[in-house]
Design a protein around this ligand. Structure first.
Ligand SMILES: O=C(O)CCC(=O)C(=O)O
Ligand SMILES: [Fe+2]
Length: 324
């Protein structure tokens, strides 16, 4: 039995019985996942999962050398099905995340009617009870501490999805350019593939060793746009296709990019970010929380310096096409 299907049905049955709709439904629908996520984590702790992973002894060195790392089989099929169902409910608006949803590809004309060019939903863990306790967050946290130090802590999560034939690349960038400049630069993002990622649907590309180089100059990809870009090209980079349930981990300074999705299927990444606990506190004291309170509350004057230099920046909410 497919765990995701089962959850979807259970969730809808709960909603029907309770007669829930709108915002109430959004909150209620997420609680059906909580027990399942806890069950999965109890069945195999993150430490057990790591100890059983054939390559864990090499992670730290590979990450230190290349600035990124590939982890096969972060999730097995049963676990992945739960995240795919959560992802689906968020994308289709069954869980309403509109105050955290926008088009990261809004700097170019809309390619497909009713779909964002690049859909970004910040903070899925705000919407899904116990998401942080599930295997995806627990294991990516474990890997982060293995490669960058025991003091690493969860900072934020997000979804970045490219619908079929939306053909919009994510520009070359280093994540650090989006954030206030922190005294401790250790940071890692984990990009978990919900389905096969390929050159044609927009797999991630990385520039090996770029985390050891200075931060390049970034600017908004168009006037007033939130998405940032710097000078770099595929000639410098390496594509990293992934199988479903596998992930890449990249350093906050590693140059990366993805091509647009020119295929007929979706390309969905579930992303978690970790940095030293002291730096998470430092950000929050500054008032920076990666849009947790809603994207219209983001104060770009305390984000990356590039926004201050660029002046006006706007994040416009988007909604799933069904409800738009
Ligand atoms: O999914 C993408 O295309 C970009 C992801 C990204 O930039 C990131 O995870 O830091
Ligand atoms: Fe990025």
């Amino acid at each position: 039995m497919q765990a995701g299907r089962l959850l979807g049905k259970t969730t809808r049955a709960i909603q029907r019985r309770a007669g829930l709709h709108g915002a109430a439904m959004a909150v209620r629908s997420s609680s059906a996942f909580a027990d399942r996520l806890k069950e999965l984590s109890l069945a195999k702790t993150a430490a057990q999962w790591k100890d059983n992973h054939p390559n864990h002894g090499k992670w730290k060195e590979q990450f230190a050398t290349n600035g990124y790392l590939v982890i096969e089989d972060l999730l097995d099929q049963e676990e992945l099905d739960v995240y795919k169902e959560i992802y689906r409910q968020l994308m289709e608006g069954e869980i309403d995340s509109s105050s955290h949803r926008h088009d990261l590809g809004s700097h170019v004309e809309q390619k497909q009617k009713g779909a964002e060019n690049v859909c970004q939903i910040m903070w899925p863990s705000v919407y899904v009870d116990q998401l942080e306790c599930g295997p995806l967050h627990q294991r990516t946290g474990e890997i982060s501490r293995t490669i960058l130090g025991d003091d690493l802590d969860f900072d934020f999560d997000m979804l970045i999805a490219k619908d079929p034939e939306t053909n919009t690349p994510t520009p070359w960038h280093q994540d650090e350019s989006y954030w206030p400049s922190m005294p401790d630069k250790r940071a890692v993002s984990c990009w978990v593939a919900m389905e096969h990622t390929t050159l044609d649907n927009g797999c991630m590309w990385f520039v090996p060793g770029s985390h050891l180089q200075p931060l390049r100059a970034h600017k908004p990809a168009a006037e007033g746009a939130h998405v940032l870009q710097c000078e770099a090209s595929e000639d410098e980079g390496v594509p990293q296709p992934l199988s479903p349930g596998s992930c890449t981990m990249h350093h906050g300074r590693t140059l990366h990019y993805s091509r647009g999705n020119s295929s007929k299927t979706t390309r969905r990444g579930f992303i978690t970010n970790y940095r030293p606990a002291a730096m998470v506190r430092w950000e929050r004291e500054l008032g920076f929380d990666h849009g947790k309170k809603g994207l219209d509350k983001v104060d770009h004057s305390i984000a990356g310096e590039v926004y201050r230099n660029a002046g006006h920046t706007e994040i416009k909410h988007t909604k799933p096409s069904k409800t738009a």
